[in-house]
Design a protein around this ligand. Structure first.
Ligand SMILES: C[S@@+](CC[C@H](N)C(=O)[O-])C[C@H]1O[C@@H](n2cnc3c(N)ncnc32)[C@H](O)[C@@H]1O
Length: 217
């Protein structure tokens, strides 16, 4: 690892310490961890350095080169961009990440540039204020551990129905009511909604309480 990569990881650790939640800021208990591990040809955050794992999460959603290559992707509440950075290994046409925290967006952009991933874009934005008309549609949409943090969950489900072209990869926060999410997603236009069980990638096993759902158009 070179000096730049060491510094990048320090800044990722710093940006991972808190994130925006409904009321105020959520503070990570494990202050020395980066939020999510990922791998690209030029820069890797290892599994042992991070709380979550992007490759394990893609695996749980059943995403492979066969169903990602050439597809467009959107990640709402994308944090440092780990999911799209990892997804880039599967050949998507493009990716857009939207995140409330400016420092996380700046880091995601910097990493994408450093890794030569010019088809990934990261923008500051508030999911509560996003309009489907301005976003357009994306083949694959991620809405991971964000449902409890938005102010208007009705708006979130409506938006997901409007911006998803093919597949929604959804993760609830701990305490999420799976049946209610399934009903909301069906009501917002998804034809098939499948609960895949709880997440399994958190480095702290007691945190693996987040339900994973895929919804198809
Ligand atoms: C629990 S983290 C999940 C991060 C990422 N989705 C993942 O699962 O790897 C929630 C993220 O959503 C962001 N966030 C919270 N409320 C938001 C909002 N209204 N609009 C955009 N991002 C938001 C937080 O700053 C944080 O990065």
């Amino acid at each position: 690892m070179n000096d730049y990569q060491i510094d990048l990881k320090d800044r990722l650790r710093s940006a991972s310490r808190t994130f925006r939640k409904k009321e105020g800021r959520h503070k990570l208990k494990s202050e020395d961890l980066i939020y999510c591990a990922f791998n690209t040809d030029r820069f890797t955050v290892g599994r042992d350095e991070a709380q979550r794992s992007a490759s394990e999460r893609l695996g749980r959603f059943g995403l492979t080169r066969a169903n990602v290559e050439g597809r467009t992707a959107l990640d709402l509440g994308c944090h440092n961009g780990a999911m799209l950075l990892e997804l880039s290994n599967l050949g998507p046409a493009s990716g857009l990440g939207i995140e409330y925290d400016a420092d996380k967006v700046a880091l995601a952009r910097e990493i994408a540039t450093y890794c030569g991933l010019s088809d990934l874009r990261f923008e500051e934005g508030d999911v509560d204020q996003l309009e489907a008309r301005a976003l357009g549609t994306f083949d694959i949409v991620f809405a991971l551990a964000i449902e409890a943090h938005v102010l208007n969950s009705e708006h979130l489900y409506e938006l997901l129905g409007q911006v998803t072209g093919e597949l929604l990869c959804f993760e609830g926060n701990a305490g999420c009511n799976v049946e209610q999410v399934e009903l909301k997603l069906m009501a917002s236009g998804f034809k098939k909604v499948t609960y895949l069980g709880l997440c399994s990638d958190d480095i702290q096993p007691t945190n693996n309480k987040r339900p994973i759902i895929v919804a198809e158009k």
